[in-house]
Ligand binder design. Sequence first.
Ligand code: ATP
Ligand code: MG
Length: 403
Amino acid sequence: MDESGEYKRKESIVLVVIVVIAAISLVSLFLAFSYYCYIRNKVAKRVNTTESGGGGGVCDRESGFSEIKLSVEKGLHVFTFKQLHSATGGFGKGNVVGHGGFGAVYKGVISDGRKVAVKLMDRAGKQGEDEFEMEVELSGRLRSPYLLALIGYCSDNNHKLLVYEFMPNGGLQGHLYPAHAGSNNGTSKLDWETRLRIALEAAKGLEYLHEQVSPPVIHRDFKSSNILLDRNFHAKISDFGLAKLGSDKAGCHVSTRVLGTQGYVAPEYALTGHLTTKSDVYSYGVVLLELLTGRVPVDSKRAPGEGVLVTWALPRLTDREKVVQIMDPALDGQYSMKEAIQVAAIAAMCVQSESDYRPLMADVVQSLVPLVKRQHSASRVASCSSFHGTKSPVVHALDKTTL
Ligand SMILES: Nc1ncnc2c1ncn2[C@@H]1O[C@H](COP(=O)(O)OP(=O)(O)OP(=O)(O)O)[C@@H](O)[C@H]1O
Ligand SMILES: [Mg+2]
């Protein structure tokens, strides 16, 4: 072979080598890119499942509109203003069922035939927006038969509306104080058995918030108007707009601006802003006192010393002779002294000024269950003469605690 032939052969070998190297590089580049895409996809999926609450319950991030979008995935309807306008008969006055701090509440019917209550926010400002977001965020995540269900919402630039299941018997407050609501001669028709059952169901709602979700949810505005009643007077807790996520660690509190309703706010929270689930337990105790006495938490028209329900009732709650004096006259003849004393003891434990001595909501539930069962069976056999129940955990604890 001559010199030029040899040169050409070498040249073609080099060319082949270059082509092979280029091909290998291209294939490696392609493989690396595919692997990168695969990993990226996997990470994105993992982030999504954590964000949508894969661990169950409430997570401790600040709420925001991104989370409201996630709530839509959890089955909340997003309504247009027009849809809710027509559902409520153009927000007609005849459809107003109540009015609260958020705005007016209308009854309505949505396209699938369901009866709903529509809350139309009528106040501007950050507090209203925050409450709206918290309500949507929490209601989308919490599920309990003792909590009012949020069906959906409408949020555009000009309107904020919340759509709930309709509770035909409205708020507990209206049934305890019909005179305030102007509906009849002022005597409550809510009987003892129903009051006990409402107390138990509301306690189960708070127990769920405090002990069955993590981190716990502190309602912060637990009161009789936020206990709604269905057609059979079964109770559900409403309004999570002021709720806060508590601390998982025992004995820990969250510091917040004091919000809530006069007469229901726990003293340590009012004084220091330190919020724990025990603040809700105090508010629950106030509602229990309302059920027992038929009195509003703060009434400036009462005689001196009787205006603040807790201050007036507390010294009488643990005195057998005096308990009968505080009972709602509308309940006369419906309860046994033993039952009244037991419920009064639970209320006394809940409204103690020392938050650590207040019971857990699980203890309250455990104490009320036998009372409600007893009522149920007593009404079934139409006899309520003997009571031989064992002492409830709260009443038992009361024996040891000086109030
Ligand atoms: N889902 C519902 N079904 C039927 N009636 C309702 C419903 N939600 C609210 N209402 C009625 O509307 C009233 C006002 O409720 P809203 O929650 O707006 O205010 P509030 O609880 O009375 O006061 P605040 O705004 O201070 O919490 C209630 O007392 C109740 O009678
Ligand atoms: Mg309310």
